[in-house]
Design a binder for this molecule. Structure first.
Ligand SMILES: [Zn+2]
Length: 373
């Protein structure tokens, strides 16, 4: 094939730029043999371990990890470079911030997902979580299940899977038969190799029957079932972790309320506070910010109670006056606090944000006063 190219170039008086010509051998593993060398017009062509073609980084084992790795760091750079002027700003609403993620970060990271989207890459979901944690201004140890349940955004793995299944649909039923992608797809379907094996095992795991690929309707239905079942699986998994969580209050909250406040009706700052309160991320003595040996008791009152969110919002007598003015009661039961965190009354969430801000400031002031005596 190389010598054919040599004579073709000679015939038409074309020159090949040797500094840009490289050889990449696709193989299952092991080293290259000594004789595996190629020459063009007597010059040896450089052997390489990765090659970027049409924006995709290829490696010998045809794994897309390297490609994803490179794309992920580019997307992370995009997040950080838009942070100061846009994403980090309080007055930009969450929906706009999310749009930037979809348009800039996700599109960069999921480039060519039409061909790799069936595979699960943790980096893909990790970047999505990194972005969400950053715009919500919550610590990195925020539980992933809470993040996904509360924001109710489309999981990035599902997004890439959709792109992939849609592309296969195009190749199978919209391309002309003589086109290379269609020929290769048909060979893979026959041999059950590469992505076919992967999607088949996914179908098996989700208990979806493999379709007759000659029938377009069957493929469409199959794709819908796979996406739907994978979505349900991910949701169930997050709910299972929610039930197992250490956080006493979050366990009892209604996860469906997330989509009620992660909207344009609240400012970015309010959303961030509501999220932190619901997920137990308010920095109190008995919340997960503290290590095991630290003081857990409330330092404001003399009740010798753990300073939990329940104690802070509902019970601490030092904050009774604020409680009465915001929630019309000097003491709140666990059920009352759950109703507030779930935003059962329209004004609850807004009141909660102000209550938390004022009471945390007051708490800091009292601790400072106490320590300086
Ligand atoms: Zn107290």
């Amino acid at each position: 094939m190389i010598s054919n190219l040599e004579s073709y170039c000679e015939k038409w008086n074309l020159k090949v730029n040797m500094s840009k010509s490289e050889i990449l051998i696709f193989r299952k593993g092991g080293r290259l043999g000594r004789n595996e060398k190629w020459k063009f017009n007597g010059n040896e062509i450089k052997n390489v371990n990765e090659y970027k073609y049409l924006g995709v980084t290829f490696t010998p084992k045809l794994s897309f990890s390297k490609h994803i790795e490179k794309r992920t760091s580019q997307s992370k750079m995009a997040i950080n470079s838009t942070w100061i002027d846009f994403l980090g700003k309080k007055d930009v609403n969450m929906k706009m911030k999310w749009k930037v993620y979809e348009a800039v970060c996700r599109s960069v990271q999921t480039y060519a997902a039409q061909v790799w989207g069936y595979s699960y890459f943790d980096e893909v979901d990790k970047l999505q979580r990194y972005f969400l944690k950053k715009i919500l201004k919550v610590p990195s140890f925020t539980p992933n299940y809470a993040l996904m349940l509360e924001t109710n955004v489309e999981n990035c793995h599902l997004y890439t899977l959709k792109l992939n299944l849609k592309y296969i649909h195009q190749v199978l039923y919209r391309y002309q038969e003589h086109r290379l992608p269609t020929i290769l797809t048909n060979i893979l379907l026959e041999k059950e190799g590469f992505w076919v094996a992967n999607i088949k095992s996914m179908a098996h795991r989700l208990n979806v029957q493999w379709p007759n690929t000659a029938n377009e309707d069957e493929w469409t239905l199959f794709s819908k079932c796979i996406i739907g079942k994978e979505k349900t699986y991910l949701l169930q998994e997050n709910l299972r972790l929610k039930q197992q969580s250490q956080d006493r209050i979050y366990k009892h909250l209604d996860y469906r309320m997330g989509e009620m406040y992660f909207t344009d009706s609240f400012t970015s700052d309010q959303i961030s506070w509501i999220f932190k309160a619901r997920c137990g991320l308010i920095n109190l003595n008995a919340t997960r910010f503290n290590t095991e040996n630290a003081e857990r008791k409330c330092t404001l009152c003399n009740l010798i109670r753990d300073e939990t969110l329940q104690h802070f919002i509902g019970e601490c007598p030092i904050l009774a006056e604020f409680r009465t003015s915001f929630f019309q009661s000097a003491i709140l039961s666990e059920e009352d606090v759950i109703n507030i965190l779930d935003g059962r009354e329209a004004h609850y969430w807004r009141q909660l944000v102000i209550y938390l801000k004022i009471c945390l400031n007051y708490r800091e002031f009292l601790i400072f006063e106490y320590n300086s005596v």
